[in-house]
Design a protein around this ligand. Sequence first.
Ligand code: KG4
Ligand code: ZN
Length: 347
Amino acid sequence: MKPAEPLILSIESSCDDSGAAVLRGRRVLSNVVYSQTVHEAYGGVVPELASRAHLQTLVPTVRAALAQAGVAFGELDAVAATEGPGLLGSLLVGHGTAKALAQSLDLPFIGVHHIQAHVLAHSLMEPGVQERPLEGFPFLALVVSGGHTQLFDVRGPFDFRLLGGTLDDAVGEAFDKAAKMFGLPYPGGPEVDRRAEFGNPQRFALARMQTPGLDFSYSGLKTSILYALQKEQKLRPETLTEDLNDWCASARLALVQPLLDRLDRALQPEHRYAVLAGGVAANRLLRREFEAWGLRRELPVGIPPLSYATDNAAMIGAVAYYAFAEGRFSGMDRAASARLEVPSLHG
Ligand code: KG4
Ligand code: ZN
């Protein structure tokens, strides 16, 4: 007799991380990520190299996830994989592998939306990683990563309402571009954050984001950082060596502040809590300010542990858990897609 909670293998391959995880219900039994290093020399992810690397690393990653969970292929109840959005060549490797596994094991296949997965990662349970997940709907979610900056009113696991998004660059991308201007290696977001802890955020005056409503525009901010830097360099050519931490702190504040402004404006009385998701959720200033905002608003807030915030397969399993419960399985004719809308019942 099968236990009530399904045992699901999930795969993530949307960008440059090969991930595989095994979940029993919402409990994470293993969450293995293989981060590709081939891109470092190029200062960014090279799509062609990413898909080739997935071909080499994905099957060993799946095997490692099963071994760590102590689970055999024959015990699984379903196989899930990221369907999009992401780099098409990368997505095809994970999606195709998962479908082939599901077909050969005679199991249902579940295609998962990557952003929906980032948002639902807060519902995962894992001893020592995330013991008491926040639960229930509706809640407010802010997705901040290298490719996305989106604010959602989440009414149900498959009912996401987009409140605001970026009109140009994503916040992580803006962090990486600022880092590049400051002469830091790619991806520079974490280093800007680390240095900012020792700098003065008021030192350099940067433009404030002008976008009305709940949308974001990081392209203008990026230009403002560049102009401020060029102006200062004319006066003091050595500013980047002498004041690097102040540049990082000033840029970080300018990049993080709009996120908090819009979160505050988007909050509705019916929201039970708010969550951060995506790689930029690792940012120290954002974490501190998000927590302080939750206290001010008397609202529980969820900040994912790093292993759930950056790209990983356990979060794909979180969506698969809800999909399994509702019998939302995907046909074998489903294709991965570089652009994919978040599932929403109300547009
Ligand atoms: O979610 P993620 O791992 O990958 C995707 O983009 O899907 O996010 C990576 C992004 C990069 O742009 C990286 O620079 C940024 O998150 N990032 C940070 C920090 N840690 C990662 N940005 C600012 N502060 C950080 N501590
Ligand atoms: Zn992601």
